[in-house]
Design a protein. Sequence first.
Lengths: 337, 293
Amino acid sequence: MSAPLLSVSGLTKHFPLKGGLFGRSTGTVRAVDGITFDVAEGETLGIVGESGCGKSTTARLLVDLITPDSGSIRLGGKEIGPDLSVRDLRRQVQMVFQDSYASLNPRLTMEDAISFGPMVGGMAGNKAVALARDLLARVGLDPSRFAGRYPHELSGGQRQRVNIARALAFSPKIVVLDEAVSALDKSVEAQVLNLLADLKAELGLTYIFISHDLNVVRYMSDRVMVMYLGQVAEIGPVEALYAAPAHPYSQALLAAMPSMDPDRRTMEAPLAGDPPNPINPPSGCRFHTRCRLADTVCSKGDPGLYVMPEAGHLAACHIHVPGSGHRDATSRAGVTA
Amino acid sequence: MTAATLEAIAKVEKSPGYWSGVLRRIARDPVAMFALCVIVAMILMAIFAPWIAPADPYRGQMLRRLRPIGTAGFPLGTDELGRDMLTRLIYGARLSLTMGVTPVIIAFFIGSAIGITAGYVGGKLNSALMRTIDVFFAFPSVLLAIALSGALGAGIFNGLLSLTIVFIPPIARIAESVTTAVRKIEYVEAARASGASGFTIVRVHVLGNVIGPIFVYATGLISVSLILASGLSFLGLGVKPPEPEWGLMLNTLRNAIYVQPWVAALPGLMIFITSISFNLLSDGLRSAMDIKA
């Protein structure tokens, strides 16, 4: 892989829990706890995981809507903060939110909503409006019909197209799609996914595609990152990971996917219960409380990410680490990432 | 840019905006329209008082004191000093409306500014501002108005000032709660992600979405303000005699309640009509704005 476009290292965000009379801190939610990953230019990285695993927090950290507690984000080799201002980051990394209605100001017409960003960036009003109309046409909405409309006059799919147009108004390098199609009907979802694929090819975009829909992630992504309780459980090329998930959590997630084949229907829920509370995550490997392969070592040591045989495939499980102390640990010579 | 889009720029179907929709809906609301007519009539009456009023509001005739309604020459009777009631009620609209509306308008701007700032910035500034505002809620509004004008001294200006201070906290509180709600909506986050400054975000994305509820609430306060202003005058803390003002007139006529009850009740009736009109208009505005648009 050439030098990554986006390089995230040890990114951490803990939210303090305020309570009591004077807002004393009574604990922290470890929303994102030291995640590290790279995104190459032109690829799509899918991020999957259960609710509350830190997917959306990661997305918000990437566009600096919230400030990380520690860790670094490097964009094109430049670190955000020391080398690259947040303002420049926001031009290059844009985000599309899940709720297409809430992410559009109900008092602004579509062209005003799209042209707002460029105008803030110093573009002249009429140029920004022209750009907005051009972008509307790009995302498949006739500007003469939609430029003067308000959000409530549009359908969910149309609104999400406008949100995509708004994200594109800065000509960003990376678009973070946080459950961008999850709220849409299946047929509309397919249209928007195809639009996203077309735009990517046309504009050379890089996507970070966050979803809980494993089929959609498989369709869209080149690589997939599986998150569990604020940490990376596994990351790897989409086909390798879907064919042979290395982490027991990824295996459980993929086993929960509805099967199209009636002979291979899902017989039992592979995972029971809710994920543990991120305020007090389990010790060692965070998944050991729900893991079918858990051994004593799992509650003691954090496995860290280990390189799997396939290129670019990493998993955080003791079972793949020789000499980790796990009863089923492979004899394969593992390499620490 | 393609030729098709360039051509499209020339002709764009423009949807009617939110506020034109509100106007259209309120225009269809007969109750709100009636209330609005009453208010407009009151305002016109106040402005053109010297031309409408049949007599001099200050000149009394001791021989014609407390005449009943329907007396020849005095259609609404006379007050305790023999002044024409109709004339004084017409002139009274000037001070009463000023005292009722002005504090709310000033408090609307100051309270909104405080509340929107507290709501948008949040955190420690929010706590500091809102806890200070909370102190004022410890006192009933009537008591606070009386205490303030008592401390400042009687007079129109001090009355206006104390009423303004009374209305800033509730407006600020409403503004803060609506702004806090709007700030968390994703379009504000999207605006932040586009690198806009806090001031620009408030101007473009927050203001338009919070001003409606605050405005409705403030319109509802006008009736309270009218009654409080009248109350201050009634207690001798607002307008001083012989100025015609409905609250003050109610006070000076209270001794005559057994002699001419209908005449004595007239200023109260005026306060009632005006304040209920403002309330009805406020209700109409609320339902006209309460639509997903």
